[in-house]
Design a protein around this ligand. Structure first.
Ligand code: CA
Length: 271
């Protein structure tokens, strides 16, 4: 159903950003690092075929100071993505295919933040989107205020995921995670982790040997104001387990503490 997007966005102010002269992102060749994406003028690519949603939302984004690119098809989305937006808002049902195809294609060589625009009741869509590497989702019908709040939260995470944290590499047995390089390796092989998976793994490894509650994981990896399903956390934990080839019934690394949270093995617990 086409729902008008209300132009009810409150004036949320971001603190001024300092411009860093990072080398330009090498789209299609290297994974764009988080730092390289922090630019003073933020560009949002809005992929949505319903003009009754797209046009008012694009208007809200522009009025909030975002450079806004629009696309109504998978083909247009991939074309516009070459212009290196800072974030992609991605509808699922598109006339020439699925937003999931766009997500998958973008994730081949880019860590650009992606927020899926999903239909009410399509819980499975949200899980699929997150598994494909989307960062968050909003459920239709949504208000302009809600979308802008999510965009700012996701961009804030992308800009400063390690603010105030220590960047020393973390090691547990043959698993090594290097926060500075945003790289995790298992027995020397690089793990292909989504941004959220990486942040979760980092938080768990930093607290290796101690239980980290579900609430803390959600607060620190998503946002304290995030109100999505906690199922999202489980999807990401399953993703990490699969990539670590860790058996949940007999875990080497990642232990479930029922009703509380998760505990990563301490380095002296595993050989
Ligand atoms: Ca659609």
């Amino acid at each position: 159903m086409a729902t008008p997007v209300m132009a009810d966005t409150a004036a949320t102010t971001d603190s001024p950003r300092t411009h860093e002269t990072a080398p330009p992102p090498l789209w299609g060749r290297l994974v764009v690092t988080i730092r390289e994406m922090s630019r003073p003028k933020r560009t949002i690519l809005l992929v949505e075929d319903e003009t009754s949603i797209r046009e008012p939302l694009a208007e809200v984004l522009r009025s909030e100071g975002f450079e806004t690119l629009v696309a109504g098809t998978v083909a247009q989305a991939l074309e516009q993505a070459r212009r290196e937006p800072d974030l992609v808002l991605l509808d699922v049902m598109l006339p020439d295919g699925s937003g999931f195809d766009v997500c998958r294609e973008l994730r081949r060589d880019s860590q650009v933040p992606i927020i899926m625009l999903t239909a009410r009741g399509e819980e499975a869509d949200r899980v699929v989107g997150l598994e494909l590497g989307a960062d968050d989702y909003v459920v239709k019908p949504f208000s302009g205020r809600e979308v802008v709040a999510r965009i700012r939260a996701v961009l804030r995470r992308a800009d400063a995921p390690e603010a105030g944290e220590d960047d020393r590499p973390l090691e547990v047995a043959d698993l090594r995670l290097d926060p500075a390089k945003r790289e995790a390796t298992l027995r020397g092989e690089t793990l292909e982790l989504s941004r959220k998976e990486f942040e979760l793994l980092q938080l768990l490894m930093r607290n290796a040997g101690s239980v980290v509650t579900r609430q803390r994981l959600i607060d620190e990896v998503w946002d304290p104001n995030w109100f999505g399903s906690t199922k999202t956390l489980d999807v990401h934990v399953s993703g990490i387990r699969r990539k670590l080839r860790d058996d949940p019934s007999e875990p080497r690394y990642l232990h479930t503490v029922r009703g509380v949270g998760f505990r990563f093995s301490s380095p002296d617990e595993v050989e």
